[in-house]
Design a protein around this ligand. Sequence first.
Ligand code: NAP
Ligand code: F7E
Length: 348
Amino acid sequence: MKKALITGVAGQDGGHLAKLLHEKGYEVHGVIRGQMEASHPRYKTLKQEMPFVNLVMADLLDLAALTRALQEIQPDEVYNLAAISHVGYSFRDPILTADVTGKGVLNVLEAIRLAGLEKTTRFYQASTSEMFGGLDYNRPDTGYTEEASFHPRSPYGVAKLYGHWITCNYRESYGMHASCGILFNHEGERRGPEFVTRKISKAVARIKLGLQEDLELGNLDAKRDWGYAGDYVEGMWRMLQQEQPADYVLATGETHSIREFCELAFKEAGININWQGNGVDETGVDATTGKVLIKINPDFFRPAEVDLLLGNPAKAEKTLGWKRAIDFPGLVKLMVQHDLGLEEAKLG
Ligand code: NAP
Ligand code: F7E
């Protein structure tokens, strides 16, 4: 039985990956942080949902705890998913972001070496499309590939670039089987509510059921290459099954605006949106009732924005045989229906 250690197991991708690896017959160990013990409500919830995961306490900032975990578990594969992952938040706390999202990667790599596992344990690093930055000058028409140049636009993106290059460096320096997945946005029913897609799907469900008046958003015109997280964890696993380590883009090859996501999400709940006004005064209005459902709140603007992301997954498709299964309308539908179900269940 193969053993896997997942950092960030409590996050969106961690949950999808833990389930996938369990289905594939792995013994799954998951790193969580904080003062958690069996009686802690969050620990209990995680255990209820994923009883097959052995939860291990360690912070990405704590090299000793990571080394102990590696020594005790001796995993065949390590998936480093833990990070401060919210781009907007990274502007508010750039130093912690650099420590966790950047240097935290080095801590995991060093822990693998200190445990003497660098020749045997395979390593996956959660790199990101945010490293590209989406500026006109480095944006290929056919989408970013593994060869495209980087120009991160946030403390998060900069920290991830360090994590990316230190992983490449450990592969080249110590012959480690270390691969980076450069993943474009992936969403779903496990997405945190602070990310725009889940914020929208949750608000649509609550507005539909009369539990919320409206939804405040920032930049409606940013475009993202959005896939389903469940499809993307399969790609992570496939990377570590290759004979040789390498870096791969996982993306859908399509890009859509926040505005389009809103329109489709409300439509899924039977509400058509008309847009009125401009700039910060723009609103999204219920076409039938005239009620304002979407407003702009400049607090959600970022000091520097990534305007457009589009990925080219040709290498992953060819080498890994990976392809996303769920398309953009399917993703929006899945998220809205899930949140409608959750909110209806709360109402009883
Ligand atoms: P997520 O939901 O934010 O999960 C991140 C996890 O990291 C959380 O469970 C968090 O723990 C944990 N964490 C944060 N700081 C930590 C620390 N100091 N020590 C230990 N654990 C810590 O992120 P995700 O969407 O699953 O993404 C997984 C990874 O892929 C992240 O590295 C992210 O940056 C990267 N990525 C994501 C996307 C995407 O679209 N989702 C795209 C490209 C790359 P708590 O639960 O305790 O907060
Ligand atoms: O923002 C705009 C915002 O926070 C998407 C992370 O998983 O994917 C994610 O980063 C877009 C941005 O995700 C709101 O300005 C408008 O243009 O959902 P997001 P993200 O920044 O793309 C990448 C690949 C990662 O690696 C990250 O870890 O939506 N936007 N209004 C808003 N965004 C938020 N959060 N909230 C709003 O109200």
